[in-house]
Design a binder for this molecule. Sequence first.
Ligand SMILES: NC(=O)c1ccc[n+]([C@@H]2O[C@H](COP(=O)([O-])OP(=O)(O)OC[C@H]3O[C@@H](n4cnc5c(N)ncnc54)[C@H](OP(=O)(O)O)[C@@H]3O)[C@@H](O)[C@H]2O)c1
Length: 333
Amino acid sequence: MKAIVWTKYGSPNFLELKEVAKPIPKNNEVLVKVFAVSINSWDWELLMGVPFVNRLMAGLLKPKRITILGCDIAGRVEAVGKNVTQFQAGDEVFGDLSRCGWGGFAEYVCARENALALKPSIMTYEQAAATPQAGLLALQGLRKGQIKQEETQPKQMVLINGASGGVGSFAVQMAKSFGAEVTGVCSTGKMEMVRSLGADHVIDYKQEDFTKNGQHYDLILDVKGYHSLFDYRRALNPKGRYVMAGGSTALVNQLIFLGPWISMAGNKKMGLLMHKANKGLDCMIALFEAGKAIPVIDSCYPLSEVAEAMRYFGEGNAKGKVVITLEPDNRSG
Ligand SMILES: NC(=O)c1ccc[n+]([C@@H]2O[C@H](COP(=O)([O-])OP(=O)(O)OC[C@H]3O[C@@H](n4cnc5c(N)ncnc54)[C@H](OP(=O)(O)O)[C@@H]3O)[C@@H](O)[C@H]2O)c1
């Protein structure tokens, strides 16, 4: 089969289209013919080997344990291992394979059955591949911040920092549909898109520092955190929550060492979001079907152009998600 093999850290130049052996499913695995796979910032961080903690997962000096990137896949079940009970050949599935070996930038991939869900027929393969990791980081972040469906009274003030990317574009839609008043933070060229997702207010981080403008929020969901913990605390309402999904290593360290003390000492809670792959995928499906979490797809690339797609993503060009599409004309039957 064809796959994009990853050989070194540091650049999309180290992603090469190669012919490799088609994987064989173990007893508890499903072999999926991949039709679409999306790029997540975790793919980018692994590729670059930064932050260093990613190398503990993939290999210290060069990628060893993961040699094919891509974790959010959608496709059709080709074969199942003998202990698999939930799926059969022909099923249309999707899921996040970041806890079971990655390998999505390929024509076929094996996955444990608990990493997959049935794809609703109204969701395209591209939409399905764009959803699991980004959508669930957004959903899990809102839940950690106590913003839940049907909790509309009193109206909660939610700020999404990094609102134009994969996670942020889901978070804006969901927070809005849960009844919150939503502020999105992004760069100048993407403000209109964030507004179109339902944000009530949009802040251009190049023009304005939201931690210093006197506004206060019940939840700050941070996709790209780089302010200090004390800046975030200042921008919270009493009983407000700061939830960090991603950002600088310095901020992660502050959160680990100071977050629990700040949370204990006052009435504002500050914590890190630990992504739980596929937890809540059923809820994502329901939100999609209700029109409350529709992935924003910036662009699609063929498998042979994964390196270009990664470069485009890594340069910060994308509005929403970038998707790799396989066999778009040959998916039926
Ligand atoms: N917690 C976990 O367990 C876990 C697991 C996986 C991933 N993650 C993290 O989750 C995040 C996922 O991000 P994503 O996929 O949504 O990334 P993305 O698609 O690249 O989006 C990044 C967003 O950040 C914005 N941004 C960039 N610089 C900014 C700044 N200085 N201030 C405010 N916003 C800024 C971008 O806005 P513009 O494009 O408009 O500049 C864009 O909206 C990553 O940080 C990743 O490390 C966390």
